[in-house]
Design a protein around this ligand. Structure first.
Ligand code: ZN
Length: 428
């Protein structure tokens, strides 16, 4: 039997970039996992269905984090006065080597999944480590929690410290094992091919990963044109490649299956053209880009090219899992970009940033991130009554105030795929 219910409250979401849709004291009618529609009054045929009334609270789509590293969670807030390459060597690689220990992995990963839930991230695209068993456990933990995720076993077989460098064939075999075992295991949690970035993957490995992606129709995620030092290193390794992204493309890792490239701060014109042509998603990580001195991605220009863009927390290059915070810093850095571009690249409004954090990134999961008919019902219930209000505010103003000054304590309930998701267990 199908389940039919409605949630009632002050509904706010974005169908398109830059424009909020608001329905005060409205109803979202949901059938199983999907939204039937948003209504200001319940039609006669829905008069008998269960209505969950959230009173004066805000109802917003769940947040989508398009780029985050689960094993870096213990390092959150550490080493952020370094640039990308030294930060990787000093902090990230030593931490990531610990995940060969499944007990340690379970302890960190259960807390990581819990804290994504806490911050209202209902879907995430996640890097694991090179370790097969820990990555499988991470996928199981997401599924047990009821959150949506793509999770990747990271591939690294060159230019990596000895304690975090794979044999090429092992890297391929482990990836294939996970893809076969997890491709259809869960509805909401899926594997994703995850070459760390060009410097840490041999051409032979990338070629085989491209073949796996194609044969099993698995999506791909990696890093692209993030930081000046990184790009110089890629040029040294591949002097004949016309640009960084062309190397992924050569091996079938650039939009032949759905693909996310994180950062894209310093892409050349040719690189942007290929991203647009091949429908590659960009994960914009402004928090991390500020911390690791990478720069400001030209998001307004990339949007104008029709490129799919979502936001990422990029923990632990970024220092918070909060996607509300990601919205705020997206707007802030776009203001600086506007000044730097002689006021050509128009700043991103709150509605623009909110769109990127919900429907923009949600598109990678299908119909996710909006309350339009046919979308999966992922929803956060926001109680902003404890935030200081000294005058009447519109629903839009209340959302803005929550994004800028609220935190996880304002989130009263979370729905994913039509289901209320309770607090996940943390394994001590
Ligand atoms: Zn990253």
């Amino acid at each position: 039997m199908k389940s039919l219910f409605a949630v009632k409250g002050n509904i706010i979401y974005t169908k398109e970039l830059g424009k909020f849709e608001v329905c005060e004291q409205g109803y979202i009618v949901v059938e199983d996992d999907e939204i039937i529609g948003v209504f200001s009054e319940l039609e006669e045929k829905y008069k008998e269905i269960e209505v969950i009334d959230y009173g004066d609270n805000l109802l917003i789509p769940g947040f989508v984090d398009l780029h985050v590293h689960a094993p870096q969670y213990p390092n959150i807030g550490l080493g952020l006065d370094k640039e990308l390459m030294p930060w990787l060597e000093t902090y990230t690689f030593p931490e990531e080597s610990k995940y060969k220990d499944i007990t340690y992995a379970e302890k960190v990963y259960s807390r990581f999944v819990h804290d994504l839930w806490k911050h209202g991230t209902t879907r995430a695209v996640v890097f694991g480590t090179i370790h097969k068993e820990a990555t499988k456990r991470l996928m199981d933990l997401f599924a047990e929690a009821g959150l949506g995720a793509y999770v990747g076993k990271v591939n690294m077989d060159r230019n990596s410290p000895e304690f975090l460098c794979e044999e090429t064939q092992n890297s391929i075999d482990d990836t294939l094992e996970i893809v076969k075992e997890y491709k259809d295991k869960y509805e909401l949690v899926k594997p994703i091919i995850t070459p760390r970035f060009v410097p840490s993957c041999t051409p032979e490995l990338m070629e085989e990963l491209g073949k796996i992606a194609k044969e099993y129709n698995v999506p791909v995620q990696s890093h692209l044109s993030e930081n000046f030092g990184e790009i110089c290193f890629v040029k040294e390794l591949h002097p004949d490649a016309p640009f960084y992204g062309s190397i992924y493309d050569m091996y079938g890792l650039f939009g032949d299956t759905p693909t996310i490239m994180a950062h894209c701060v310093l892409c050349s014109e040719d690189e942007v053209n290929l991203i647009a042509e091949k429908g590659v998603f960009i994960a914009h990580n402004p928090n991390s880009n500020c911390n690791l001195a990478s720069g400001i991605a030209p998001i307004r220009r990339l949007l104008a090219r029709g490129i799919h863009i979502g936001l990422g927390s990029d923990v632990s290059g970024g220092h918070t899992l909060s996607m509300a915070h990601a919205c705020v810093i997206t707007s802030q850095v776009s203001n600086i970009k506007w000044i730097q571009s002689d006021r050509i690249d128009k700043p991103l409004s709150t509605a623009d940033a909110f769109y990127l954090a919900t429907k923009g990134g949600g598109a990678f999961f299908g119909k996710v991130g909006s309350f339009e008919p046919g979308y999966k019902f992922d929803c956060l219930v926001i109680d902003d009554s404890c935030l200081p209000h000294f005058k009447p505010l519109t629903v839009m103003e209340r959302l803005q105030k929550y994004l800028y000054t609220g935190d996880d304590r304002n989130i009263k309930a979370r729905y994913v795929n039509g289901k209320l998701v309770n607090e996940p267990k943390v394994i001590a």
